[in-house]
Design a binder for this molecule. Structure first.
Ligand SMILES: NC(=O)c1ccc[n+]([C@@H]2O[C@H](COP(=O)([O-])OP(=O)(O)OC[C@H]3O[C@@H](n4cnc5c(N)ncnc54)[C@H](OP(=O)(O)O)[C@@H]3O)[C@@H](O)[C@H]2O)c1
Length: 329
């Protein structure tokens, strides 16, 4: 009897996995797509740009330092798969003036067409004990890591909504899932991205726009090396409990998740477990994502109830949208 029940459960789970592509978003075709990568001149952002280029995308790299942008452009161009592909560079501070960000995104759209995927990767990290971090650093990190993602996103959503398609990625951090010693300034700026992404996903879903939040672990980049110079010993000890990833590995995973329209993008067994344990009421964009959350959650029945509640809230929005936009039915 027990065997029959077990076989039934396994068959049911397999069936759910098999039909999940039917209700998951249609994957974005990167070949010919216009991908804008903020923070694209270095580290994770540069590798994301290279990964997209390998799939035939047209790229706009956004960062401040023009020299670094030109160097990155050369590296990205080496990943071309056809001679039509273009890499555009834009030098702007994404955190300062919304009108300026909107204007450069407009220029990029005029040159390479509407943005199909926006990757918000520009960011910086400062670690230190709370009372030792200069007070204005708290403001700076919110400006760069949070507002520096809000502004480019605001600049692309109107066109994405008109076209009824798009992908928006926010690069958070594992320190945006769990508050850690030394990150009292950094963690809140990365937690904020998740709040933004959750609310935004609910607004964008009826327009076939999917949001991804990436939670990279420590990754070997120029930014990581710079931050490590001033890390408190306690923060270093915590870091040493897990390894350091390569930016190319991170890029491969986040790009795949964004293409598929997954809300959460995490790395390795630790990252996967951390995401499952901290998922709360975050959106689920496929049966597979929902099953992963339930599987790793200690209180399975409570989590199933959360999923039902989430689906209920979303159905209110989607239902309202279709009543007021009958043409899209
Ligand atoms: N490396 C890690 O361990 C790790 C782990 C988790 C999350 N992350 C996150 O991943 C993202 C990339 O980190 P990374 O380690 O690859 O950093 P990185 O090597 O320092 O690269 C940061 C990029 O952002 C750009 N940038 C910074 N401030 C900007 C601004 N105000 N306006 C426009 N561009 C700006 C930089 O270019 P310019 O300086 O020329 O502007 C550069 O292209 C960050 O959001 C970071 O918080 C990193």
């Amino acid at each position: 009897m027990l065997l029959v029940v077990a076989a039934f459960i396994v068959a049911f789970v397999l069936l759910l996995y098999m039909i999940s592509p039917l209700i998951s978003p249609k994957p974005l075709k990167l070949n010919g797509a216009h991908v804008v990568v903020t923070g694209g001149s270095s580290g994770i952002g540069k590798c994301i740009a290279m990964e997209c280029y390998k799939h035939g995308a047209f790229i706009t790299l956004v960062a401040r330092d023009e020299h670094k942008l030109v160097q990155a452009k050369k590296e990205v161009e080496k990943c071309a798969i056809n001679d039509k592909q273009v890499v555009l560079c834009i030098s702007v501070d994404v955190s300062k003036d919304y009108n300026q960000v909107e204007s450069v995104i407009k220029q990029a759209q005029e040159k390479l067409g509407p943005v199909d995927m926006l990757v918000n990767c520009a960011g910086t990290s400062i670690s230190g004990k709370f009372e030792e971090v200069e007070v204005d650093r708290f403001k700076k990190l919110m400006e760069v890591n949070y507002l520096g993602s809000v502004y480019p996103t605001r600049a692309v959503v109107t066109t994405m909504k008109e076209r009824r398609m798009g992908r928006i990625m926010f690069v958070s951090s594992q320190a945006g899932q769990i508050g850690l010693f030394g990150y009292t300034a950094y963690s809140p700026s990365k937690f904020a991205l998740r709040g933004l992404a959750e609310a935004l996903q609910m607004e964008m879903k009826p327009y076939n726009i999917y949001v991804t939040v990436a939670y990279p672990p420590d990754t070997d980049t120029p930014g990581f090396a710079e931050e490590s110079k001033t890390k408190p010993l306690e923060t270093k000890l915590i870091s040493e409990t897990s390894g350091v990833c390569q930016p190319e590995q991170v890029a491969k995973i986040v790009v795949k998740d964004a293409v598929q329209g997954n809300f959460t993008s995490s790395f390795g067994p630790d990252g996967y477990m951390l995401s499952a344990l901290t998922c709360g009421m975050s959106p689920v964009t496929s049966i597979t994502e929902g099953l992963q959350q339930v599987r790793c959650n200690p209180s399975k029945s409570l989590h199933v109830q959360q999923l039902v509640l989430k689906a209920d809230l979303e159905s209110v929005i989607v239902g309202w949208f279709h009543v007021h936009n009958p043409r899209t039915l």
